[in-house]
Design a binder for this molecule. Structure first.
Ligand code: FAD
Length: 239
């Protein structure tokens, strides 16, 4: 996840009109790398904060949210790099899940093993400069780390290419105090629980896998819609 002072984003988007009562600005970037990988911003949170999103001990996981007033003074966004099966060490149907768990354990350690988030300035991640770690919204605290050691090399390389492209569109996007956090690892589910057409588990009849964790949705609305459709199927009144 990447974070800036909201004023930086407002200046990029509004230019000379920044600060004149306009709402905190948003952005969206996308890039396709030479080897066909997508790098894109996701879940941009104007006036928001980066929040802890682990679900068990020893996991270093971040996400973002905007409180209603959008007045934290920070803007953050996920920066997603597509993962393909060849990126996964080992095989088996749970390889993606194990890969995700490994990243989260490593992020926890890089953050000092005390629930701070590991961070690195974008300038340092790109090898351009080594500015000090700036103020950050993450309330448990942040710890300077080499995020270049967090992701496998092909993902780091894709992320660098994507950021470089974003910086060509909006040069100050990469300048200090732009800050990267590790690791936003739960943008989509690394596996799918196979369902029958009547939405029961193919292997465990009577169980209805639904929503994001089952691999059928991403986000609030699609998860809710998937749950409603399965409930209707369970009630025997699916259209
Ligand atoms: C900080 C943050 C901000 C987000 N912002 C947005 C946003 O702005 N827009 C958007 O579309 N999406 C957003 N998301 C993603 C969104 O929250 C998820 O996509 C969505 O909640 C998935 O819905 P779900 O019903 O599949 O799973 P969940 O909402 O995770 O529900 C799963 C439920 O299962 C329960 N559970 C887990 N294990 C067990 C067990 N063993 N026994 C019983 N119960 C169990 C959990 O407690 C939970 O209540 C955000 C996520 C986070 C973390």
């Amino acid at each position: 996840r990447i974070e800036h002072p909201q004023a930086v984003i407002d200046r990029i988007q509004y230019g000379a009109d920044a600060g004149r009562g306009l709402e905190p600005a948003r952005y969206r970037f996308v890039h396709h790398t030479h080897d066909g990988r997508a790098v894109y911003t996701f879940c941009m949170c104007p006036g928001g904060e980066v929040v802890a999103s682990g679900s068990a001990a020893g996991q270093g996981v971040v996400n973002g949210m905007s409180p209603r007033r959008r007045a934290t003074g920070f803007a953050n966004s996920g920066v997603v790099v597509g993962v393909v099966p060849a990126d996964l060490p080992g095989g088996g149907v749970l390889a993606g899940m194990h890969f995700q768990e490994g990243l989260e354990r490593l992020a926890f350690r890089l953050g000092g093993s005390d629930y701070r988030a590991p961070v690195q300035t974008v300038a340092a991640f790109l090898g351009r400069a080594n500015p000090p770690i700036p103020a950050a919204s993450y309330r448990p605290g942040v710890a300077g780390a080499r995020l270049t050691t967090l992701l496998p090399r092909p993902l780091t390389s894709a992320l660098r290419q994507g950021l470089d492209r974003f910086g060509r569109i909006a040069p100050t996007f990469l300048d200090p105090p732009a800050l990267l956090y590790g690791v936003e690892s739960r943008t989509s589910c690394p596996l799918t629980m196979v369902r029958r057409p009547d939405r029961q588990s193919a292997s465990h009849l009577g169980l209805y896998p639904i929503g994001e964790g089952a691999g059928y949705a991403g986000g609030i609305i699609s998860s809710a819609a998937d749950g409603i459709e399965s409930a209707l199927a369970l009630l025997g009144s699916a259209p």
